[in-house]
Design a protein around this ligand. Sequence first.
Ligand code: PLP
Length: 393
Amino acid sequence: MINETMYGLGNEPSAIRELFAYGMARKAEIGEDAVFDYSIGNPSVPAPEKVRETILQLMEEDPVALHGYTPASGDPRVKQVIADYIAERYGVPATPGNLYLTAGAAAAIAISLAAITHPGDEVIVISPYFPEYKTWIDNAGCTIVEVSAAVPSFQIDTQAVADAITEKTAAIIINTPNNPVGAVYTAETLEALAAVLTAKEEELGHPIYLISDEPYREITYGAEVPYVPCLYPHTIVCYSYSKALSLPGERIGYIYVSDLMEDAAEVSCAVAGAGRALGYICAPALLQRVIAECIDLPSDVEAYAANRALLTEGLAALGYEYVEPDGAFYLWVRALEEDAQAFSDRAKEFELLLVPSDSFGVGGWVRLSYCIARDVIERSMPAFKALKESYEA
Ligand code: PLP
């Protein structure tokens, strides 16, 4: 007998992937240029040249060693490079024993949740949130507790977090810079969150781990992104090179259990155990080596910054309401009717693919992914105009 829950997950693609698949089919039908696809967050900037050069150089090495298994948590030399980088960049005492290399942030979050929760625990997320959090929390046997972000800033409503914490709260997941709203949490917000969590830990007598999901850390437009372990010791960083180096299909990232955590060794051991239990051992070996060589490459955010300006100026001129993004490459736009799915369906009639907000845990908005070719944004403006006019007729 197959597992019905897993069947359900397999049978129901995420709203984002469903729209992306629809877009592929629609492009095949009416032409690539006729569809304005704002569905998925696939970086439109190529990986840096040094990534290509490094792969070519690595190809000269002994293939048996190059393509062989690394230890389950990653190549010790690579872990040392990452630990040194974290220590130098953020001024924290980072050691390789607290790193676990993973196939992207997705695996990192699933492993972290399995490592620090028990079935029946509660995990807080800030809504709107990345939809897969629910899948991973459910799979850990835990209950998702949604806390609305503060409006209109979309920073964390720390009082609401405090109110949502119970004796069952094991963790909170935060994501900054944020998908889908583009908010970057300020030091003030994170300090207030740390104060709330610390006070609740004392009151409840058990740790509340903060999972900091950071695939967009490098994608910002001038905003500073504070390093969460500096502010709250019980932090587990889930980092990824998917967006930073435009390598989403290569699946490489890591878990970093803060060295400032008093029980870091135990938590890291549980992370290793969870990785083992879930079958997430030995992240792609070639990519581990690439990361060691390319760790300090800056992300190329110029194209995203230009897209962001073009899209926000265009939509503002048409009278759309949106949240000004400080990071990541998504725009959170108010739907022109309450039912976000109905609005997304209407947008499709104008060949605009906009992800409805429902799967992010809130109604009434759509997410536009603007890591796309600039000319798509330019050419889509008449469609946005026509969509708006269709509500005014
Ligand atoms: N978390 C957020 C907020 C994301 O947007 C994504 C991917 O888009 C992930 C995690 C997963 O990223 P990765 O490709 O590193 O698994």
